[in-house]
Design a protein around this ligand. Structure first.
Ligand SMILES: CC(C)(COP(=O)(O)OP(=O)(O)OC[C@H]1O[C@@H](n2cnc3c(N)ncnc32)[C@H](O)[C@@H]1OP(=O)(O)O)[C@@H](O)C(=O)NCCC(=O)NCCS
Length: 164
């Protein structure tokens, strides 16, 4: 049974393998991380852990029984009871409800672990899968997302009230 775990240093090799294996798949719907992300992976990974320790962000990995990473689910900019949600799921388990179930789980955890009251997420007009994930996890559209929000694409901001 895959488990949702808070990111730690020991996850680094599996996270890198996940990002490399799915780079082309992800780039079809969201902006590519860029070569720098992979060239400077260790430094960036450690910087993320420092941000997490500071309580600015909270990073989660969905880990399979064999230790491989099936998905990443992140909460950014935790402040004033709200945060921004981002996620990506491996191509090899696409379309099996992994993102939907894990976003629902993270919504429950966000209140218990971090005292969050709302979550926000932006997705592009052409990212049907992500729109479905958000709708099924109880998010509603709250306004337009600009190309600056979405790495060059237009889309929609969604929000979920975690108390409902
Ligand atoms: C978006 C993403 C996380 C969805 O992950 P997933 O685990 O495959 O999603 P689910 O299985 O929970 O599917 C949710 C819905 O999307 C649909 N879906 C999945 N992949 C799809 C695709 N490529 N095109 C259209 N619909 C798709 C599923 O059929 C399901 O709809 P249904 O409930 O009506 O059957 C995954 O495609 C991904 O990582 N994409 C790249 C990164 C990304 O877009 N992140 C979101 C940024 S806002």
């Amino acid at each position: 049974m895959p488990e949702l775990k808070r990111l730690h240093a020991g996850h680094a090799p599996a996270v890198l393998a996940f990002e490399l294996a799915n780079r082309t798949y992800f780039a079809a719907s969201i902006s590519d991380r860029g070569d720098d992300f992979f060239d400077q992976f260790t430094d960036r990974y450690n910087a993320s852990l420092t941000e997490q320790e500071a309580g600015i962000c909270a990073f989660y990995v969905l880990v399979a029984e064999d230790g491989s990473v099936l998905g990443r689910f992140n909460l950014y900019d935790l402040e004033d009871g709200t945060a921004r949600l981002g996620y990506r799921v491996a191509e090899r388990v696409a379309g099996r409800g992994v993102a939907t179930a894990t976003v629902r789980e993270l919504c429950r955890m966000a209140t218990v672990m971090y005292g969050l009251l709302t979550l926000r997420a932006a997705t592009s007009h052409d990212n049907t899968a992500s729109q479905k994930v958000l709708a099924k996890a109880g998010f509603v559209s709250v306004g337009p997302a600009t190309p600056a929000d979405l790495g060059g694409k237009s889309g929609t901001w969604y929000q979920r009230d975690l108390q409902s």
